[in-house]
Design a protein around this ligand. Sequence first.
Ligand code: TMP
Length: 211
Amino acid sequence: MTRGRFITLEGGEGTGKSTQTRRLAARLEALGIDVLATREPGGSPGGEEIRKLLVTGAPGRWQPITEALLHMASRSDHVATVIEPALAAGRWVVCDRFFDSTVVYQGIVQGVGEARVRALYSDIFGTFAPDLTLILDLEAKTGLARANENGREGRYEEMGEDFHKRVADAFRAIAAAEPDRCRLIDAVGTPDEVEDRLWREVSPLVETACA
Ligand code: TMP
């Protein structure tokens, strides 16, 4: 059994990750690929329980390190019970957010420290990593306006524009530092336009996997 491919979508609030996760999964399925679309925090019954602790309540509810550990706990359950079994069974997994979000939000912006978050990740997950990461890039102000229009759940959206500017910059820095794994995608435009930009980056992976 050939192992499936693991694709993650990353970016700030309101960049269209959830819509594009669904669209990408549908496009892969149309080619006959067996795909699982999932998300973080959450994605497994245990992960979804932990998600509730993270996305609701006051912005300052958790110490940054506690928050990083909650995201890691959600991820640990999600990887062990959902992602890894799917990949092992040959399915492709498209995940709305993964580890880069913890590096950006908790490691860089909330001040836990990038090295500390990376060390925590490798201690739990070793070298496990996405095959491809698509980072949706949008000005923070535009993204927050979109997220608020969509009536998003709250806690992170309340952290203010400066917080979200730093998030967008940190994602750009990751894209620049890891060009083999990451692609920065302009998220301005219609969902169709953004989907086409994403697909240009995903199709080479499909061609090599299905060759
Ligand atoms: P969502 O809005 O993409 O569903 O994600 C919920 C929030 O969780 C989002 O505002 C970013 C935040 N988040 C982190 O802070 N660290 C993480 O590791 C992940 C996966 C998400």
